[in-house]
Structures are given as C-alpha cells and as structure tokens.
Design a protein around this ligand. Structure first.
Ligand code: ADP
Ligand code: MG
Length: 315
C-alpha cells in the first residue's frame, strides 16, 4: 500500500465568511498553502481569530471553503469527500457531548455512523486509553469538563483514522488531564497516527510538535521544524524611560523602536544578533540620556507581528 507523503495538503485555500446584518464580510483564510507531513505532530499556532478553527472545520466538512484545494490522505475533499473525511478524526474546539448517552453508548453510536462493523469496534480499548473505563456507563452529564473532552477524543478515534486533529485541546483542561491527554496523543503518534493540533500557546506547541506553522490573520507566516522556528523567535524588548520624555522614539541604527506612553519607548533586538549592551550604546549614540530601563520577553503577538512584517518586507 502506498502511503502519502503528506497527511494533509492545502493549496491556495481561502475562506470568506459572508457579511451579515451585524457583521462585515470576514476574510478568515487568505490563501493557505500547507503541507502536513505524514507521521508528524504538527502544530497550528496563532492568536485568537487567526483562522485555525476555520481551517480545521473545512477539513472536517463543517465549513465550506471559498477557493483552493485540499486533500486529506491524498483524497481531494471535493472529489472524494467521504473518503477524505474517513481519514481524519476531529476533536472540535467546542465540546458538544450528548447528555443522554453514556460514554459507551456515545462511542457505539459514533462507530455506527462510520459504519465500523461490531467486531472491529474498539469501545472498551478507547475508554480505557482515555481513562474513562470507570465512567463507561455513567451519564455524560455526570462527567467533568475534562472527561467530556477525553470522550470527544475517543469519539474522534472510533474509526481508527490515520490522522487525529485536535482544535485547542487544552482549553479549560487542568494540568493533570493535559498530561494524560498528551501521553495518549504521543502514544498514538508512535503507532503512526499523524497528529494536528491548534493552540494559541507557544509553550504547548513547542513541547509537543515536531513542526509548527504560525498563522496570523488568515495567512501562514512561518512553517518550520520546531527547533528552527524557536531559533528565530529570539526577539527581546528593552523598555526605555528617557530622562526627558520624547514625543517620538529615537531612530537607532540597526534597531526597531516603538513609542510608549509617557514619553518612553521600546527597542527590540534579537539575542542571536545583538546584546542589551549594543542597544544601550545605540541609544546613547542617538543623544538620548536614560533614566530607567527594563527588559521584557515578547508575547506571541510580538513574534507574529515581527514574522509578518518580515514576510511583507521579503515580498
Ligand atoms: P481561530 O480558531 O484561530 O481563533 P477562527 O477560524 O475561529 O479563528 O476565526 C477566524 C475569523 O473568522 C475570526 O475573525 C472570526 O470572527 C471569523 N469567523 C469564524 N467563524 C465565523 C462564522 N461562522 N461567520 C463569520 N465569521 C466567522
Ligand atoms: Mg479556534
């Protein structure tokens, strides 16, 4: 059997949500090209509103794309929608467990929907793997939020798909549960399942994923092995309060500056290329005397902005 090189391949994928009476038209995806290698744990990292769920929901068949091509396990989602969908299990961002079924019944119903023959069902195995064996026959409304999420993961795996997709899997999940979930996911990956997860936490992506794509405002601004990407995220900010408040930030050779409140400004630099020492020297060279300085790690937004502006500069 020939296995595809890419578990998922998207080319020129766009999605525009039509305007409604209360909301303007929204270009949620602006031409996504993405190759998710088979066997990887792939992270889609981006701030809220970046378009991550839109992408996942297109794969799941819940949102209709506007243009572009997508194949899942080499099956085009337009030409072979059922086959394409059979290759993925999706755990949506919003957990929607049916309150009237027990976990066991939920899994049986889900398996039935995928036409998994009774003899091939893995209900007990899945319940055990996700730590739900002792809740197998409880009503779903008696389960905690974390248990419901694990039940959603089990449901996504009933048809034994080669790809598991988790949309913001740790939202509202406690630390202990997160560990359990991750060990299950890593174990699945060892057995050959390609994992795709979305998150807005860099730490989460960094810990788990061997490859990370960063999405920002409907575009992929970076897609690299985790280590390469982290090496590029070496931005730091120096916050400077000058002795005399400035109405605009000084122009510094080799550094980006930004105006802050109260006549202060910030300077960003890359730890791999320069030092705080050099930043201070550049400030002095610009004739600014310093009252106070502080350093700050960038948040993800800073990193996205910097990656995005670099993309634009290169284009
Ligand atoms: P993420 O999952 O990265 O937070 P989403 O894909 O949920 O991002 O949203 C991307 C953008 O599309 C956001 O601006 C969001 O408000 C908008 N959006 C998402 N779903 C819909 C929808 N059903 N109708 C209109 N706009 C939507
Ligand atoms: Mg989302």
């Amino acid at each position: 059997m020939d296995l595809p090189d890419n578990a998922i391949l998207a080319q020129g994928l766009t999605k525009t949500y039509a305007a409604t009476k209360t909301t303007p038209e929204m270009r949620a995806l602006k031409g996504i090209d993405l190759a998710i290698p088979r066997g990887s744990i792939f992270g889609l990292l981006g701030p809220n509103g970046a378009g991550k769920s839109t992408f996942i929901n297109i794969l799941a068949g819940l949102v209709r794309k506007s243009s572009g091509q997508v194949s899942i396990w080499d099956r085009d989602i337009d030409a072979r929608p059922r086959d394409a969908r059979a290759a993925i299990g999706v755990v949506p961002q919003e957990i929607a467990a049916d309150p009237f079924f027990t976990p066991r019944e939920s899994l049986e119903v889900a398996a039935g929907m995928y036409a998994v023959p009774k003899a091939e069902r893995r209900t007990d195995e899945l319940l055990a793997a996700l730590g739900l064996a002792d809740k197998a026959d409880a009503y779903v409304r008696q389960l905690s939020g974390g248990m419901k999420r694990r039940l959603m993961v089990a449901k996504a795996m009933v048809h034994n798909p080669p790809i598991l997709i988790l949309d913001e899997p740790t939202a509202g999940v406690d630390v202990e549960l997160r560990r359990q979930l991750w060990s299950y996911v890593v174990e699945l990956n060892r057995r050959g399942v390609t994992i795709v997860l979305t998150t807005h936490y860099l730490e989460e992506a960094q810990e788990l994923c061997d490859r990370i794509a960063i999405v920002s405002r409907g575009e992929v601004v970076a897609c690299e092995p985790t280590e390469t990407l982290l090496a590029r995220m070496d931005i730091r900010n120096v916050l400077v309060t000058p002795s005399e408040p400035l109405s605009e930030p000084p122009k510094l050779a080799g550094f980006e500056t930004r105006q802050l409140k109260g006549g202060a400004f910030s300077v960003s630099y890359r730890t791999g290329h320069s030092s705080v020492e050099q930043v201070l020297a550049a400030i002095r060279a610009a004739g600014v005397s310093i009252k106070d300085i502080a350093t700050e790690d960038p948040d993800l937004e800073d990193v996205f902005v910097s990656l995005t502006s670099k993309t634009e500069a290169a284009a």
